[in-house]
Design a protein around this ligand. Structure first.
Ligand SMILES: C[S@@+](CC[C@H](N)C(=O)[O-])C[C@H]1O[C@@H](n2cnc3c(N)ncnc32)[C@H](O)[C@@H]1O
Length: 379
């Protein structure tokens, strides 16, 4: 990966326009990633792997590939734990914060309003467009990257940005993704069995249900869906696909509904759909990679804020932060405790922060949100 950096990165420089120009130049030089920098690519003329279209204007910023469907601009998502996340990140003029899950830019907009610079990641084209439109007034302080956040460290290093003051990850899918039938996340609306957040690559939910063995499906439903009747669900899928392959969400939901009992208000397909979504997007693998890289990407005193939406994610966040914040390790066979080589963070939230009753009453999808925050210690 070759990268030519023209100027040393200096985010304390007084002119933020110069800051974004410098960042633009560095990111333009990262050849190996699909970077989506609006509106800079229109003028950049770089050789990076972007589909550039000089006539496309602001609305179409060029990284959509030929096989990707056009983006619907009505992006709706209610930001969760907004005040709490912003308070932990302490945005201020001159600070640079990475929003690893830009979505509709609800958190990012608040960070920009408080004067911070934001570098936003999202792997979904629709989210990037929505975010860029929403934050158009802050173009000198805001840059976006179309990439998986598991590439965070590589992007920061190769672009010359180096360490940042804060990292936010509001994990999972947006309401826009869930509610857009064509994205295939919902068992309540008919759509293609898709579920990819990044529609440029990777396997779809249809690939999984039509080709994996009973054992592989069962394992997926147990591990990522915590489905107690995982084998029954897997058998029903395999029996049905012997007659006809699955292509549509409602078709799969109906087969699951006839194989599994309804539990209270929860639709029988809920856990299997969750497992498929996590598997298709390797969500837990990406989260582990982010947590591993985050301390190296933060300056001493820099803050990490993570919002998760189910126990599988929150468990990973909790255990990783515990491991990174223990100064000493001890084992029965050791004569005395030893320094923990992974010690690099201070946990700021003894218990996860949950949304208030008021927030849940306005946005029922926030009810399962859990926020954990930590600070990089000086090394
Ligand atoms: C819950 S939404 C974020 C909402 C945003 N905080 C807001 O207030 O509008 C999560 C977003 O993260 C993106 N996302 C999820 N996992 C990702 C990953 N591994 N890399 C990059 N983006 C990811 C999704 O595409 C989605 O747009």
């Amino acid at each position: 990966m070759s990268l030519s950096v023209n100027h040393p990165y200096d985010f304390f420089r007084p002119s933020l326009a110069a800051w974004t120009m410098g960042l633009r130049r560095r990111l333009d030089n990262v050849l190996f990633l699909h970077l989506d920098l609006w509106p800079w690519h229109l003028a950049a003329g770089s050789s990076r792997k972007l589909t550039m279209n000089s006539e496309s204007g602001r609305g179409d910023h060029g990284s959509r590939e030929k096989n990707e469907p056009p983006v619907d601009h009505r992006f709706e998502h209610t930001t969760v734990l907004l005040r709490e996340a912003v308070e932990f990140l302490q945005p201020a003029p001159g600070k640079l914060i990475v929003d690893a899950t830009l979505g509709g830019a609800g958190h990012t907009h608040a960070l920009l309003e408080a004067g911070a610079n934001v570098l936003g990641f999202d792997q979904d084209e629709a989210a990037l467009q929505a975010a860029q439109e929403r934050c158009a007034d802050y173009e000198d302080h805001f840059a976006t990257v179309r990439a998986n956040f598991r590439e965070l460290e590589a992007v920061l290093q190769e672009s010359g940005v180096g360490q940042v003051d804060g990292i936010l990850a509001d994990i999972g899918v947006s309401s826009f993704q869930l509610d857009t039938a064509e994205r295939g996340f919902s068992f309540q609306q008919d759509g293609p069995l898709e579920m990819r957040m990044d529609q440029r690559s990777g396997i779809t939910a249809a690939d999984i249900v039509n080709t994996w063995s009973v054992e592989e499906l069962q394992k997926l439903f147990v591990e990522y869906g915590e489905e107690p009747l995982a084998r029954r669900a897997a058998m029903a899928i395999v029996r049905r696909r012997e007659q006809r392959a699955f292509h549509r969400t409602l078709d799969l939901a109906e087969v699951l509904a006839s194989a599994l009992p309804r539990r209270g208000k929860t639709h029988p397909a809920t856990r299997v759909f969750q497992a498929l979504r996590i598997g298709v997007n390797d969500e837990l693998g990406a989260l582990k990679d982010l947590l591993d890289q985050a301390p190296r990407c933060l300056k001493p005193g820099g803050r990490l804020v993570l919002i998760s939406f189910h126990s599988l994610e929150d468990r990973i966040v909790k255990h990783t932060l515990q491991r990174q914040s223990m100064q000493w390790q001890d084992r029965p066979e050791w004569p005395e405790p030893r320094p923990n080589p992974d010690y690099c963070m201070r946990v700021l939230t003894k218990k996860p922060v949950e949304p208030s009753e008021e927030e849940v009453s306005h946005n029922s999808r926030s009810r399962s949100a859990r926020l954990r925050a930590a600070e990089r210690i000086a090394s």
